[in-house]
Design a protein around this ligand. Structure first.
Ligand SMILES: [Zn+2]
Length: 206
């Protein structure tokens, strides 16, 4: 269990109350909390619950969530696996197909940091036996192609890059300058592709 204590938010901030031993337990029984001598109300949120609320992935489930790297370089890793019975989607044609096999090592996808701690989703990609495209690596809904950042993180970076310089954004969130640049370009390209011309057409008709 990896959990955040939100009691006292805004008063004492999000101080890490758990001991390092608690943070590093192998069964990921991690609690981040606020230290208060007489807490009026204590509200613990499991990180898995939080992820399911803000970043639920259709066809997949979060399994083990753990913190690694020690106090000097902590990282949170959320393991993801396919929901039982779900079929992989072909990255070639976008259609579900039969599972062929899976890769030997999990891929890491950078997610939005929590409490300034880097977070990544860890997932072992499946391969699809597609009748149209042959054997292909599956398409996952949280990241495009070979990108190592989750789409939600790229959108997060692009949003901050409106307020900060790309260099400052990169420094604040522990990524390369080029990652910020490509995130901004991706969001701009998405906006251009999906922009509505309804308003322009209406104005032209008036
Ligand atoms: Zn296909």
């Amino acid at each position: 269990m990896l959990a955040l204590c939100l009691s006292g938010a805004g008063r004492c901030g999000f101080r890490v109350a758990a001991s390092e031993e608690a943070l590093m337990t192998s069964d990921s029984a991690v609690v981040l909390g606020c230290e208060q001598k007489q807490p009026t109300r204590r509200s613990l949120i499991k990180l898995k619950t939080l992820l399911n609320q803000v970043h639920k992935i259709k066809g997949f489930v979060y399994t083990k969530i753990q913190m690694v790297g020690g106090s000097g370089n902590p990282r949170i890793i959320a393991e993801v696996r396919p929901r039982r019975g779900s079929r992989p989607v072909c990255s070639g044609c976008g259609k579900p197909g039969s599972g062929y096999d899976h890769m030997t090592e999990p891929r890491q996808f950078a997610f939005v940091p929590i409490l300034n701690i880097p977070v990544s989703l860890s997932y072992t990609m499946r391969r699809v036996d597609c009748p149209k495209c042959g054997v292909k690596v599956e398409r996952v809904p949280w990241a495009d192609g070979k990108h190592s950042q989750c789409n939600v993180f790229r959108h997060f970076l692009a949003t901050w890059a409106k307020r900060l310089s790309w260099k400052e954004t990169a420094e604040c969130f522990g990524v390369k300058w080029d990652t910020v640049r490509r995130s901004v370009q991706w969001v701009v390209a998405y906006g251009l592709k999906h922009r509505s011309l309804d308003g322009i057409e209406q104005r032209q008709r008036l």
